[in-house]
Design a protein. Structure first.
Length: 306
C-alpha cells in the first residue's frame, strides 16, 4: 500500500521539506522526489556543514519513519556496522546444555546461532521495517571508511540484503530510504555511486540562508540577520581552512541574539568568532584585521542597497 505521506510531485517535495524548516532548491527536491519514487539510494556530496545530514533527519520526521544512523569512521567493520553474535550469552547456553547432558552438537549449534543471540547493528536494523514502515537509513560520512567496507555495501545497496553465514540471507521486505553523505575527503568508488542518485549540496545563496536564519532563529533582529548572512557569505570567499557552514551561521545568529546584539561591530565579532569558525588559524586571520575589512565591505554594500 503506498505511503500517503510520500510526496506526489517535486513541488510537494519542496513543501514537505519546507514544513520541516528545510529550504530546498528545485534541483535538490527533484533528486529526492526521484529517489523516493525509484526506491534508489541518495548520494550527497558537499562541504561539511551544508546540511547533508539534516536532509535525512528531516525526511524521517516528515515521513514519520524511524531514523537509523550509521556514523562512519576509519576502521569501521562488519561487527560494528552490520551484526555480531552475543558471545557471552552463547557461552552460557553451551554450558547449560552441557550441564543438562545435551550432547547433540548440531542442535546446540542451531540454538546458539539463532535470531535470539543476534545483535543487530545499523545495517541490519535498516533492513527491518518497524510498524510496517521502512526506516530512513543514514550512512554518514562514508568517505571516512575504507574501500573494503564500500565493497561490502554494494550488496546492501543493490538488493537491500545481507548474508550472515550462520543464518543465510536476510532481505528487507520494504527497502529503506537510504541517504549516503560524504565530505569528499577521498573519492568513493564508482561501483557504489552507480547504485545511487547523486547530488552536490552546496552552500545556500544569501537569500536562502537569510530565510533559514529567520526560521531557525526567529528572535534574531532582522537587520542583524542580514548583516550576519552577508558577513558569512563574504567569509566563504576568503579561502579559509574551514569555511563556516549553515549550522555555524545559525549558531552565530543564536549567540548574538542571546547577547542582545542588534548589529555587528569589530569587538562583537572578535568575542564570538568561536561560534562561527573552528580553527585557530582562521580565527586569528579574521581577528587580525581582515574581519574588520569584511565588515566594512558588508556595511558599504548594505548601505548602497538601501
Amino acid at each position: 500500500m503506498p505511503d500517503p505521506l510520500l510526496p506526489s510531485s517535486i513541488d510537494d517535495t519542496i513543501s514537505l521539506l519546507g514544513d520541516q524548516n528545510y529550504l530546498a532548491g528545485r534541483a535538490l527536491a527533484t533528486v529526492i522526489f526521484l529517489a523516493l519514487k525509484m526506491k534508489r539510494p541518495l548520494f550527497f556530496e558537499g562541504e561539511a556543514g551544508v546540511g547533508k545530514t539534516e536532509i535525512a533527519k528531516v525526511l524521517a520526521s516528515a515521513l514519520d519513519r524511524p531514523l537509523i544512523r550509521l556514523q562512519c569512521y576509519e576502521g569501521l567493520d562488519i561487527a560494528s556496522a552490520v551484526y555480531e553474535w552475543n558471545y557471552p550469552a552463547q557461552m552460557l547456553e553451551i554450558r547449560l546444555a552441557e550441564a543438562s547432558g545435551t550432547t547433540d552438537r548440531s542442535r546446540i549449534e542451531s540454538d546458539i546461532f539463532s535470531e535470539r543471540y543476534l545483535i543487530r547493528r545499523p545495517v541490519l536494523q535498516a533492513l527491518s521495517s518497524v510498524g510496517g514502515k521502512a526506516p530512513v537509513f543514514l550512512i554518514d560520512e562514508l568517505d571516512r571508511t575504507d574501500e573494503a567496507f564500500e565493497a561490502f555495501l554494494l550488496e546492501v545497496l543493490s538488493d537491500f540484503q545481507v548474508t550472515i553465514p550462520e543464518l543465510g540471507t536476510i532481505k528487507a521486505t520494504e527497502p529503506p530510504i537510504v541517504i549516503i553523505t560524504t565530505n569528499r575527503t577521498r573519492e568513493v568508488h564508482d561501483a557504489l555511486k552507480r547504485r545511487c542518485l547523486y547530488h552536490w549540496v552546496d552552500y545556500p545563496a544569501a537569500a536562502q540562508e537569510l530565510e533559514i536564519i529567520r526560521r531557525k532563529v526567529p528572535g534574531c533582529n532582522a537587520a542583524l540577520s542580514e548583516q550576519i548572512v552577508a558577513y558569512v557569505q563574504k567569509l566563504r570567499t576568503l579561502d579559509l581552512f574551514k569555511n563556516p557552514g549553515v549550522a555555524e551561521t545559525i549558531d552565530w545568529a543564536t549567540a548574538l541574539t542571546e547577547l542582545d546584539r542588534l548589529a555587528l561591530d569589530p569587538e562583537t565579532i572578535s568575542d564570538t568568532l568561536g561560534t562561527l569558525l573552528k580553527y585557530q588559524d582562521d580565527i586569528a586571520r579574521i581577528t587580525g584585521g581582515e574581519g574588520t575589512k569584511v565588515l566594512e565591505e558588508v556595511s558599504r554594500e548594505m548601505q548602497a542597497a538601501g
